[in-house]
Design a protein around this ligand. Structure first.
Ligand code: NOJ
Length: 483
């Protein structure tokens, strides 16, 4: 009887055309060291720029810090047990650079830090969960900031030394690496608006130097992996891209050009160098022209040497894509010359469609088809062999009955499934942001992204599944989106 029931269900789902995620598609969840670990000064960890930034008043809502956060440094076994309970098969986490190298340099290696990540990976493996590891998710060792941080091209060498130590100690058990998480956020929020550590607003200049150094650092780590570890460890490595989707508000040439410019400044700025070896042409032309008018003898966008172009070109084994939101865009007549700024260089107006639901974070709206358009656009422009969606999620103000998150994920996952089945795009995994409610940077603990609630007023940091976790678990185990 049961057999026939199963058969009937299969026949029904085929005849109703229910689409299924491929057998090898990995469903998972994500987090990042500073946002969840806590233990900011334990077991030999050094200071990161986020420790210093959050300990300076006025930077973070309610004066929140990541000092304890979700206490995952002590509670990682519980986190892994939750992943397992939900039937998830991949966990994206990041390594805290100063937990492994307290001042960022290889002069002192903190064995306790290495042991922590070894234990976490062991626990994951034992639960049948694949680790997907980010080397850098914004917690730069403070010592390296004093040496110039992302302004200093030498940072690429420091990053290379750090990456080598991580590959050597943890690489046998890791198949998916990300070098830098969202370099665009580091550079715009850390160096242009100053809302993130290190809190600098050196508009129109530092942001491009930071992007340049980020690409050099990424390429350095990529080649270290490629030449020294890949053969033995057999993993894949890439740079993380954070991209939104954009709609020109009319089909005039000017608005379409505004769309292209917007894509290039936000996504192409990193995608183009790693796939084609240089900045997007539109950026090169616009920034050099505006720099000249401003009286500079050089472009504020650093030029890559031929050697650097060769080094950066082709350094993505897959696309790690963080995608959350969409915008409408339009051309605005050229911005004033005088004050260098990324926004003036970009020169577009942007808004949102009134039909798109807005999350608790004002920058985040729900436009599910956007992810399918974006996947197709990236595929057509860069033709990567594989995509993993490494972040996608919804913020609210808390609560266990998180219907907004469910409908957001349902919409985005349906479009990802359409991209896989109908557009033949090779998306092999999805790590929802986020497993846990966590420290949401300048927003502190006011914004909640987790499928699991964390009680930050409880010293135990008690974790409770939200409805979205139960819903997501069903998707992950049935590989289908419910009707
Ligand atoms: C991007 C970042 O990688 C992550 O750290 C952050 O919490 C989410 N987006 C949500 O803002």
């Amino acid at each position: 009887m049961i057999k026939y029931g199963v058969l009937l269900a299969c026949v029904l789902s085929v005849s109703l055309g229910a689409k299924t995620f491929p057998e090898n598609f990995l469903f998972g969840a994500a987090g990042a060291s500073y946002q969840i670990e806590g233990a900011w000064n334990e077991d030999g960890k050094g200071l990161s720029i986020w420790d210093v930034f959050t300990h300076t008043s006025g930077h973070i809502k309610n004066g929140d810090t990541g000092d304890i956060a979700c206490d995952s440094y002590h509670k990682y076994k519980e986190d892994v047990a939750i992943l397992k309970q939900l039937g998830l098969k991949v966990y994206r986490f990041s390594i805290s650079w100063p937990r492994i190298l307290p001042n960022g340099t290889p002069t002192q290696i903190n064995q306790a830090g290495i042991n922590y990540y070894k234990s976490l990976i062991k626990e994951l493996k034992a639960a049948g969960i694949e680790p997907l590891v980010t080397l850098y998710h914004w917690d730069l060792p403070q010592h390296l900031l004093l040496l110039g941080g992302w302004m200093n091209p030498r940072l690429a060498d420091y990053f290379g030394d750090y990456a080598r130590i991580v590959f050597k100690n943890l690489g046998d058990d890791v198949k998916y690496w990300i070098t830098l998480n969202e370099p665009g956020s580091t550079c715009t929020q850390g160096y242009e608006s100053g809302t993130h550590a290190p809190g600098l607003n050196l508009t129109g200049e530092a942001v491009y130097q930071c992007s340049y150094v980020s690409l050099l650092a990424h390429a350095k780590a990529y080649h270290i992996y490629d030449t020294e570890f890949r053969e033995k460890q057999g993993g894949k490595i890439t740079l993380n891209l954070a991209c939104a989707w954009y709609y020109p508000i009319t089909d005039t040439d000017e608005d379409v050009e505004a769309f292209n410019r917007c894509f290039d400044f936000n996504c192409g700025i990193y995608a183009e160098p790693i796939f084609k070896g240089n900045w997007p042409r539109r950026m090169i032309d616009r920034i050099s022209e505006r720099s000249k008018l401003e009286g500079y003898s050089f472009s504020r966008l650093p030029e890559f040497t031929d050697q650097e172009k060769n080094l950066i070109n082709g350094t993505a084994d897959y696309i790690s894509l963080n995608m959350y939101t969409s915008r409408t865009v339009w051309h605005i007549s050229d911005e004033p010359i005088g004050t260098p700024s990324l926004d003036f260089d970009l020169g577009i107006g942007s808004g949102v469609d009134s039909s798109w639901p807005t999350s608790a974070a004002s920058w985040l709206v729900s436009d599910p088809p956007g992810i399918r358009y974006l996947l197709n656009h990236l595929k057509n422009n860069y033709d990567p062999s594989e995509f993993i969606i490494t972040e996608n999620g919804w913020s609210d103000l808390g609560g266990l009955d998180d219907q907004g998150r469910i409908s957001y994920w349902k919409g985005y996952l349906s479009n990802i499934l359409d991209a896989i089945v109908d557009d033949q795009i090779n998306v092999t995994g999805y790590t929802a942001w986020s497993l846990l409610d966590n420290f949401e940077w300048a927003e502190g603990y006011t914004q909640r992204f987790g499928m699991v609630e964390v009680d930050f007023s409880d010293p135990n940091r008690t974790r409770t599944l939200k409805n979205s976790a139960k819903w997501y678990s069903k998707i992950a185990t049935t590989r289908q989106i419910d009707p």
